[in-house]
Design a protein around this ligand. Structure first.
Ligand code: NAD
Length: 530
């Protein structure tokens, strides 16, 4: 494994004591003993240990189909352009400096490293995240999608005002022939201020036929897969934030009920519900990059019964990512945050849509939950969060304002106000400005790369030395992706993990176990013991 090359299966390094490579099937199998400490109601603990066998198919597909809902938006058009740049080696004049080709900064899979061990001198050895096992290269993505607006992709990137002028000019010949497929639009789910964008829809807004809409989207997925000779397609929602749907018993609480509700054109069936169901029925993993509650119980049940991967909600880009790091730093340092005030202003179309109350409310919910696991982890600082009294919670205020002048350059201002010992206080203020879509696009790339990667992994339990011949796929809600998601959708009965460090640790250690390495514990005994 080198720092620069993408390994072919033959290059994969693994621990032969724990792993074996089947050259016929090109599958790498690793043995892992999962250990955990389990407490009972009397606070007595026991260690549990379970033996697993994991199997990774090392043959990644030649191309991966990506269908974006909201292809013509800022994120959609930026992802589309990024892939075209990679595929056609497009360079550009960056400001007053020279012509450059930029690495995919901001993408953990493409630009970060993982510590594997130490060298003979005890120095840490790191390798690129993407080189540990074969992962899709984004240049092998085939990207298309839907939008309620019919602008071609050259018009879309000009409208988005994300990319530099020179890059847009160089990209135009490669993108102008692509137009998004017509989508579905039920007016009361996104803000009314989006109405003037709507000129590319396949449904009637007067006489909705939601069952037909579902069939049309299924057909679009099938056709895209067939025409591009694809084995796998992933669908990702990066369209406008919708209002949340009401969870209604008998309507969207079971998979059977939600299918019936679609046939009956029920009001609470949103466009994103239709896209998620169409994807699941077509066996295509579905990722929700926006905050709305697309994954109602009926859709989760459908994904479970069809064994199709789903993940959401909302991309964890700038402010929220930092918040999940800051909160953990403060709480783990024994400092007690008592308020967090977060202000955003942005001037892109996302900001315009979020200036409407119902859509802002979806965003507010997804942004607010990010501190919950930290508060829950420390009963010294927050003795009983259930009481919701002054001493037992964090005042968390979130404001988003639409300021057209700043365009895609989102401004985020956060104040963390904490209590110190002996009546002291600590106030940390953060001011962050950056192109929103240039933070979101690498995160979308990571979600796609990792979803495809996880779909090539299977596992079985080994009980008393006997392994079952049936290998399972992951439970459909793929919480390994929560690193990139603001309000991680979580399996019923489990609480979401928001802490960025804990999310990354899980990914790192999982990649390590697949090649037969133990979890990274940072004990550094080479240095610390005599
Ligand atoms: P955008 O407004 O530029 O793009 C959204 C696109 O979706 C538009 O082109 C719109 O026409 C289209 N659209 C709306 N309803 C549709 C439907 N039913 N079918 C198909 N297309 C539809 O927004 P954006 O900046 O690209 O953000 C997209 C989403 O990602 C938003 O929900 C936003 O909240 C979320 N998000 C963005 C970031 C970020 O940093 N950019 C971070 C987290 C989440």
């Amino acid at each position: 494994m080198t720092a620069t090359s993408t390994p072919q299966p033959a290059d994969i390094k693994f621990n032969p004591k724990k792993c074996s490579l089947d050259k016929d099937t090109n599958e790498l199998t690793s043995n892992y003993t999962y250990e955990n400490i389990v407490f009972d109601e009397n606070n007595q603990f026991d260690t549990i240990s379970t033996n697993y066998k994991f199997k990774v198919d090392l043959s990644k597909p030649k191309s991966l189909g990506i269908l974006l809902v909201g292809l013509g938006g800022n994120n959609g058009s930026t992802l589309f352009s990024t892939v075209k740049c990679l595929q056609n080696n497009i360079s550009f004049h960056n400001g007053k400096f020279n012509t450059t080709k930029e690495p995919l900064y901001g993408s953990m899979t493409q630009c970060s490293t993982i510590k594997l061990g130490v060298d003979a001198q005890g120095n840490d050895v790191f390798v690129p995240f993407k080189d540990i096992l074969p992962m899709m290269d984004p240049s092998n993505f085939i990207v298309h999608g839907w939008d309620i607006n019919n602008s071609n992709m050259a018009e879309a990137i000009e409208r988005s005002q994300v990319l530099q002028y020179d890059l847009i000019q160089n990209l135009k010949p490669f993108v102008e022939k692509t137009r998004p497929m017509p989508s579905i639009y039920y007016p009361d789910f996104i803000a009314l201020n989006q109405n003037d964008r709507v000129n590319n829809i396949s449904n009637s807004t007067q006489d909705p036929q939601k069952w037909q809409d579902l069939q049309r989207i299924r057909n679009d997925i099938k056709t895209f897969k067939h025409e591009n000779h694809l084995d796998q397609v992933i669908v990702l929602w990066t369209a406008n934030t919708e209002r949340c749907v009401e969870i209604i018993p008998g309507i969207n609480d079971t998979s059977e009920n939600i299918m019936a509700a679609i046939k009956n054109n029920h009001q609470e069936i949103s466009p994103s519900n239709i896209f998620a169901i169409a994807s699941i029925l077509e066996g295509a993993p579905y990722i929700n990059g926006s905050p709305q509650n697309t994954f109602v119980p009926g859709i989760i049940e459908l994904a479970e019964s069809r064994n199709v991967l789903i993940a959401g909600d909302d991309l964890k880009t700038g402010q929220t990512k930092l918040k999940s790091v800051m909160m953990q730093y403060l709480v783990d340092a024994g400092i007690k945050p008592v308020s967090i005030a977060s202000y955003n202003h942005l001037g892109n179309n996302d900001g315009k849509n979020l200036s409407s109350h119902a859509q802002f409310r979806s965003k507010e919910i997804s942004k607010a939950s990010v501190i919950d696991d930290c508060i829950d982890s420390n009963k010294i600082l927050y003795p009983d969060i259930e009481l919701k009294e002054k001493d037992n919670h964090v005042d968390h205020c979130i404001v988003i304002k639409y300021v057209p002048a700043v365009g895609d350059s989102k401004v985020a201002m956060d104040e963390y106000y904490s209590e110190l010992m002996l009546g002291g206080h600590n106030r940390i203020s953060i001011h962050n400005v950056c192109e929103d879509s240039l933070l979101a696009t690498p995160i979308i790339i990571d979600l796609l790369v990792m979803t495809e990667f996880f779909s090539r992994i299977k596992y079985t339990k080994v009980v008393d030395g006997i392994e079952s011949t049936d290998f399972n796929e992951f439970y459909p809600i793929l919480t390994f992706l929560s690193y990139w998601l603001k309000a991680p959708l979580t399996r019923s009965g489990f609480k979401p993990i928001n802490s960025l460090n804990r999310q990354r640790l899980a990914l790192e250690n999982f990649l390590r176990l697949l090649i037969g390495l133990p979890a990274n514990d940072e004990l550094r005994f080479e240095e610390r013991l005599v």
